[in-house]
Design a protein around this ligand. Structure first.
Ligand code: MRU
Length: 362
């Protein structure tokens, strides 16, 4: 997608042919900074400190991280050690584990001398595939927005609520939840996005608002608790969120607060869709509430708020009494029965074992 008129992906192989460039998302929206990854440790740190984040982008970064780490030694033992290092960075998003497995399955049968070149080739393939998948999600989701636009007799705008950032910054390009919105906007359907700020890291305020603005999509930032009120007053036509892990039976794990939006949507008959690429499906588990590990992040993310002061300098301020404590649950699980449909690269299905199995028989 475009940044100030120039095309960018969120991650790419540098011109030197081996190091990896990323957009440092901790600096947005105040600064647009490109950071360079030269070692697997830097890749792991970029994932855990959230310079890169969003399930698909974490997977792509882990794949390139493995490439960086194997340059000196591509033995089986090293592959195992580096895979563990990368997998431990963030426990909830399943794409990371998926990407590492994909790399391992390709690399281990190969002779040592061929592994590094093959690793880079496969990391690039994972990135290209992510872009194609997300574009396809956009095409399938676009039909849902078009239908709502017809139902509204093409009057006003289609109001869509989203949570966290599931835009191009969370993937290699296009995004998942935002991909149908970009496609609708590009097609001339008037869309307006209610952007949940998404405490504590404010991915909505910092990232979703920034990328929608860069693409010229109308949007309004709201506090995380405003969605229910807007739905009660007919101001939300549909919700679309992303997901970090979806179980084989359609339970959806996403950024903390997603579940509450789904409850409010159900109570107000607002369609609640989740957009996901197939590597986000965890075929090994059914019960998301019981079986998905929920990342607990540093409490500092809750206790402090950061932003730019009137001079443009980024500052952090404490909002919690120093004597109080906090706990930073990063994700929650929305049970399948609250989800209207899953938007995948193969089409839209019900959030159920049958729905997913019909689309992904293989
Ligand atoms: O903690 P984050 O910012 O990595 O969480 C991201 C999300 O929750 C996204 O909604 C999810 O990864 C889907 S992204 C396409």
């Amino acid at each position: 997608m475009k940044v100030d008129g120039e095309n960018y992906r969120s991650i790419w192989l540098s011109e030197d042919g081996w190091s990896v460039d990323i957009i440092d998302q901790t600096k947005l929206p105040h600064e647009f900074v490109i950071a360079k990854l030269t070692t697997v440790e830097e890749a792991a740190d970029a994932i855990s400190a959230m310079l890169v984040r969003g399930a698909p982008l974490i997977g792509a970064t882990a794949a390139y991280g493995l490439c960086l780490g194997l340059r000196e030694d591509a033995s089986d033992e090293r592959i195992e050690i580096l895979s563990d290092l990368l997998i431990e960075t963030r426990p909830t998003a399943v794409n990371l584990r998926w990407a590492i497995r994909d790399m391992q399955e390709l690399l281990k049968p190969l002779p040592l001398a061929e592994r590094v070149a093959a690793a880079y080739e496969n990391a690039a393939r994972i990135c290209d595939e992510d872009v194609a998948i997300n574009s396809s999600i956009g095409d399938h989701g676009l039909k849902i927005i078009e239908d709502i636009w017809q139902l509204k007799m093409q009057k006003g705008v289609v109001n869509i609520l989203t949570h966290c950032n599931a835009g191009w910054l969370a993937t290699v390009d296009w995004g998942t939840a935002l991909s149908p919105i970009y496609k609708a906007h590009n097609k001339g359907i008037p869309v307006h996005v209610w952007v949940d700020e998404t405490r504590p890291r404010n991915q909505g305020a910092h990232l979703t608002a920034w990328e929608l603005g860069m693409h010229g999509v109308e949007h309004t930032l709201i506090v995380d608790n405003a969605g229910g009120h807007l739905m009660q007053h007919g101001q939300v036509d549909l919700c679309i969120t992303g997901t970090d892990r979806t179980t084989a039976s359609g339970d959806v794990c996403n950024k903390i607060g997603t579940y509450l939006k789904a409850l409010a949507a159900k109570d107000n008959n607002v369609p609640f869709y989740v957009a996901l690429p197939s590597p986000t499906i965890d075929w090994e588990i059914d019960d998301g509430v019981a079986d998905i590990p929920i990342e607990i992040r540093n409490s500092r993310e809750i206790d402090f708020v950061s932003g730019s002061d009137p001079t443009g300098k980024v500052v952090e301020v404490r909002i919690l009494p120093a004597s109080s404590s906090s706990k930073n649950y990063a994700f929650d699980v929305t049970p399948a029965h609250l989800v209207t449909g899953l938007i995948t690269e193969r089409g839209v299905c019900s959030a159920s074992k049958k729905g997913l199995a019909n689309l992904f028989r293989n």
